[in-house]
Design a protein around this ligand. Structure first.
Ligand SMILES: *Cc1c(COP(=O)(O)O)cnc(C)c1O
Length: 494
């Protein structure tokens, strides 16, 4: 029997491959598995598995309408030498804590873990559902996701990808990463406007019926690569299972011993994957949810009230600067007793008033989680202190998790093993990292800073940074936000 997926807002069910193709349910709900499959693996077996084998063990339990062969093909195309280590997600022991390095893929941030496999899952799903059209991915980005999606979809047969970014709203390195992207099927367009303009433009184009008809005539259809796609969530469960197996294999943890997992959180995708891993039976004690100064989630865990009506703060961990954590809806649905109508009513309140409050019964089901946050100073201190005491350098997002884990230990005195999800290479946020270490130099370029960081940390400058030093600009189109649809038509030659 296939494991089916249903919307968090109604009783529609679909197969895994249909959920991946659709992205979002028609009513705006997110697809969730109707049950969480059990891991039912012996720990000795798990400990012997490499990353790909672990990926197969986990993903085959969720994506049951994919054949074994199909899934293995997707996995081996994704987790190959695009990653700079065969371990794919190495676990670094630093003092008595473990950093799960999720940044060894092509854009040196954890989004690669899922976006390197999503294109293959999507094209396989298209074939399974007799979709003959080419899949067109349209993304608005504030920096990181755009590049990871471009890298994932570049030259994947049967797909095209167009990324819009705010011309003056991304960092110079982020822009350079995108405009140098190679691939026959990719395009990158800057827009005059901010991220919200880009985002609303994309939403409008997705909803444009005339365009959809024109596209269908020429053999194209849209799909979405954003983080609510179940095809991004399921691959993220893998590395928690993998980390536990590695801890056991190295003799760091004994059979059945529980670990904590600490996750620097924005959209709630990464930590939700850890929650699913726990539901599968992985011995995870607490899920420690770390926020930066945009601490909506911390306040939610404290009070049971989710309230986005507050000032949006720009921090040095920009990928966590989020006031609506979309994936939280999947947790709300679960603690609401899988009641789609109750979930839908909370989400309506969120969109109408910007806030909702869960019931006391629902709050009781949150005991797996611990939420806290780190200020800019606390995160910077975490980078500097860890570097000074161990020589290990972490990025600004991971630093938020590290600082929050420090607070957790202080508050609870709990000494269980903890795995911190390390979501970006320090070379991706070099300037902030070097400032935190007290090693910045005002006049240095980002590349000079990367060289200095390399000398200090003893870690080679990653290929992703080396490549863009000298890479030629391949995309230089800039349009008004109002002309985004024309850019799509030009790209598809409609
Ligand atoms: C996206 C991102 C996060 C946040 O992950 P969510 O799944 O959105 O919670 C944290 N750190 C980095 C570096 C990211 O790119």
């Amino acid at each position: 029997m296939d494991l089916l997926y249903k919307s968090t807002r109604n009783d529609e069910t679909v197969t895994a491959s249909q959920a991946i193709l659709q992205g979002l349910s028609a009513d705006g709900g997110l697809f969730v598995p109707t049950t969480i499959p059990k891991l039912d693996l012996d720990i000795d077996q798990l400990a012997g598995m490499d990353y790909r084998e672990t990926a197969y063990a986990v993903m085959s339990r969720f994506l049951t309408d994919f054949t074994g062969e199909e899934l293995k093909a997707c996995i081996s195309r994704a987790y190959d030498d695009k990653f700079d280590t065969p371990e794919i997600a190495p676990l670094a022991r630093v003092d008595d804590t473990y950093y799960l390095e999720l940044f060894h893929g092509s854009t040196i941030a954890f989004k690669d873990m899922a976006l390197s496999i999503l294109p293959h899952l999507m094209t396989t799903a298209a074939k399974k559902n007799q979709v003959k059209n080419e899949i067109v991915i349209l993304t608005a980005t504030s920096g990181d996701t755009g590049k990871a999606a471009l890298a994932g979809f570049a030259d994947v047969p049967g797909t095209r990808i167009l990324v819009f970014y705010p011309k003056d709203g991304v960092s110079p390195i982020q822009e350079k990463q995108m405009v140098t992207q190679k691939g026959e099927n990719v395009s990158v367009v800057g827009i005059r406007g901010n991220f919200d303009d880009a985002q609303s433009g994309v939403k409008k184009i997705f909803g444009d019926k005339d365009l959809a008809r024109e596209m269908a005539e020429k053999g194209f259809q849209f799909s979405s690569a954003n983080s609510i796609n179940i095809g991004r969530l399921v691959p993220q469960i893998v590395y928690y299972v993998y980390a536990y197996g590695k801890l056991y294999a190295k003799g760091e943890i004994s059979r059945g011993e529980a670990m904590h997992v600490v996750v620097p959180t924005g959209n709630f995708g990464n930590i939700l994957a850890a929650y699913y891993a726990k539901q599968m039976g992985l011995p995870i004690e607490r899920l420690i949810c770390a926020s930066n100064d945009n601490k909506v989630l911390y306040d939610f865990f404290q009070s049971g009230r989710y309230d986005r009506n507050r000032e949006f703060l720009l921090t040095s961990s920009p990928s966590m600067d989020i006031l609506i954590s979309s994936n939280l809806e999947r947790l709300i649905y679960r603690i609401a007793g899988e009641d789609a109508y109750l979930d839908a009513s909370f989400m309506r309140e969120l969109s109408e008033k910007g806030a909702y409050e869960i019931t006391p019964a629902m709050r009781e089901k949150l005991s797996d989680f611990y939420g806290n946050y780190a200020t800019e100073k606390e995160a910077a201190d975490a980078i500097r202190k860890l570097y000074q005491s161990t020589g290990y350098v972490i990025d600004t997002h991971t630093a938020v998790a590290s600082a929050v884990y420090g607070k957790f230990k202080e508050e609870t005195g709990d000494g269980k093993k903890a795995v911190i999800a390390s979501t970006a290479s320090p070379f991706k946020f070099t300037r902030s990292v070097m400032e935190a270490m007290g090693e910045d130099c005002g006049g240095c370029t980002d590349f000079e800073l990367a060289d200095r960081l390399s000398a200090l940390s003893g870690v080679a400058v990653p290929k992703a940074v080396e490549e863009i030093r000298s890479a030629p600009v391949l995309h230089d189109t800039v349009v008004d936000a109002a002309d985004m649809k024309d850019a799509v038509k030009r790209f598809l030659q409609l």
